[in-house]
Write a protein that binds this ligand. Structure first.
Ligand code: TEU
Length: 539
């Protein structure tokens, strides 16, 4: 594989609404991001993935785009965005944008035109039918078909009612999206995350939503007509399996550089009950096997995206770790994931070990999905209110959308205003950036060490390009792997459980490079503490 400029880079995901508010209106904004660039540089991240900041009525917090080439006034102006691009460049950092190609907002000019009449040219930008083709359910609850009385027709929406799906059969739509991408490429954006990209080949008449027959030719066309002409990095949000990941990312296909792998994070979705709002406990053996499967499957032919948290998932401590071992498990999860081969993605607040929030009442939630699913599950009697609230505590997307905890001042230093748009976690007094930056043993300082080991040490090339091998594959408790090149062989050992585990390592080592406990590691039979994780140079 050809080496790329981004292979050794770390991505940090920013959800602008919750990151930092610079003007006291209770909503994060672009100037808030600029304020924190030095913090991010010091943390050791390079590429900032911003979730959509385009004009939007914010029904789905920006994933309902009303103008792909303008800035939501809630977040600032185009001048602010230009300044952010300039300030990141000064610091050798890069911006990755989030392109929502599957749908727009119902407030987009195209959709408003489409509603004007059956012969309006924009009608064919969307998917209108005389009657619903099927009883497909929207991802956020309820039917995926919405009736428009003035047209006496229905339109299709995979997500909220206010997010009509674009008609990718229409060449005009494909051209418009390519043009929007080119607009941002010319501004110097260096990366794109593609939202639900596996949906753009859908064939509704045949009940095919993800991975339709025309999917890949469409991505290839987009590549040729837009981002393929620029030296950028791309990642797809594509819910699928290893083979489907290959179809997107083999370099000769000229589609995407990598896709997120959701098999681990969605393990807790219990489909034998009601999906994510009735979660089941995680199985860490499954997680380890899946991570290894993607390492062996993609490492020689393409590239992995290493992600345990994003704006749609709960916190990784709650999913893979243990609140009672917050510090240990958070460090262990990071070590185990971010030293694999691929690009690490850190979600805002993950680096200080932020946790899921227990909301007192339904009304504390802001997410459209929570309300759609409440109607589907509680109002129909499938779940009690309490059962639903318990599921939401574990899985609601708002867990990761509460404000970043900057310090112990009012509202965690997120806003100087009285009322943030969503609740602040009450634990902010103890868990915040300021406090952790002063504590040498904090999660934050561990992240810095981990990223610096990966990026700025003699071992960096081995961590970036070294071969992956796993050991003790039958163990349900420990994940042991090595990364090897001509210069070094490095071992990563992690106890994935909250109990003591004895392990006999299959290799000897000469140096310990990083660990989340302080102890003597020079014995081959080790008794690992809960969530103990360490990195060694193998002899
Ligand atoms: O998410 C798509 C998606 O299918 C899920 O991540 C979804 O949020 C989850 O399964 C609901 O249970 C993307 C974005 O990441 C998400 O924030 C948007 O809401 C969604 O697309 C629509 O644009």
């Amino acid at each position: 594989m050809v080496n790329k400029w981004w292979h050794d880079k770390i991505v940090y995901q920013i959800y602008p609404k919750s990151f930092k508010d610079s003007n006291g209106d209770g909503v994060g904004d672009i100037n808030g991001i600029i304020e924190k660039l030095d913090y991010l540089k010091d943390l050791g991240v390079d590429i900032l993935w911003l979730t959509p900041f385009f004009t939007s009525p914010m029904v789905d917090n920006g994933y309902d785009v009303a103008d792909f080439c303008d800035i939501n006034p809630l977040f600032g102006t185009m001048e602010d965005m230009d300044k952010l691009l300039e300030e990141t460049k000064k610091r050798d950092m890069y911006i990755m944008i989030d392109i929502v190609a599957n749908h727009t907002s119902s407030e987009h000019r195209w959709f408003k035109e489409a509603l004007k009449g059956k012969d309006n040219p924009f009608r064919d930008y969307y998917i209108f039918k005389d009657k619903p083709c099927n009883d497909h359910q929207s991802c956020f609850g309820g039917s995926a078909w919405e009736y428009v009385p003035s047209l006496n027709e229905y339109y299709f929406h995979e997500f909220a009612i206010e997010q009509p799906d674009l008609n990718w059969d229409n060449p005009k739509v494909r051209e418009e999206i390519a043009n929007a991408i080119n607009f941002w490429m010319e501004k110097g954006v260096k990366g794109i995350r593609f939202d639900v990209i596996h949906h753009i080949g859908k064939e509704i008449e045949n009940d095919i939503y993800g991975y339709g027959p025309k999917l890949h030719e469409r991505v290839q066309e987009l590549y040729r007509n837009s981002y393929g002409n620029y030296d950028i990095v791309t990642v797809g949000e594509a819910w699928g399996n290893l083979e489907q990941a290959k179809d997107f990312t083999l370099p000769e296909r000229k589609e995407l550089d990598m896709v997120f792998q959701f098999e681990c994070t969605s393990y807790t979705n219990d489909h034998s009950r009601h999906g994510k709002f009735t979660p089941r406990p995680i199985d860490m053996k499954f997680v380890k096997d899946t991570l290894s499967k993607y390492q062996y499957g993609l490492n020689d032919c393409s590239w992995n995206a290493l992600m345990v948290e994003n704006h749609d998932l709960g916190r990784c401590i709650n999913r893979f770790g243990d609140e009672n071992f917050r510090v240990e498990s958070s460090k262990a999860i990071a070590t185990m994931n971010f030293l694999l081969k691929g690009t690490p993605y850190i979600y805002q607040g993950q680096e200080i070990g932020m946790m899921n929030i227990k909301m007192d009442k339904l009304e504390d939630y802001r997410d459209v999905e929570v309300y759609g699913k409440y109607d589907d599950l509680v109002k129909t009697g499938l779940l009690t209110h309490e059962e639903f609230m318990d599921g939401a505590y574990k899985e609601a997307r708002d867990n990761n959308r509460i404000p970043v905890q900057w310090d112990d001042s009012k509202n965690a230093g997120f806003t100087t205003g009285d009322t943030p748009w969503i609740k602040v976690h009450p634990n902010y007094v103890d868990i915040n950036v300021e406090k952790e930056s002063k504590d040498p043993s904090s999660i934050l300082n561990f992240y810095k060490k981990l990223l610096s080991l990966r990026k700025h040490s003699e071992y960096s090339p081995t961590f970036v390009y070294g071969k992956f091998d796993s050991y003790l594959d039958d163990s349900t408790d420990v994940f042991v792997y090595s990364r090897t090149d001509n210069n070094y062989s490095l071992g990563v050992i992690t106890n994935m459980t909250n109990k003591n585990v004895e392990v006999e390592l299959p290799f000897k080592y000469s140096k310990v490079l990083l660990s989340n406990y302080k102890k003597d590691y020079f014995s081959n039979k080790l008794l690992l503490e809960p969530f103990e994780s360490f990195v060694v140079e193998i002899k």
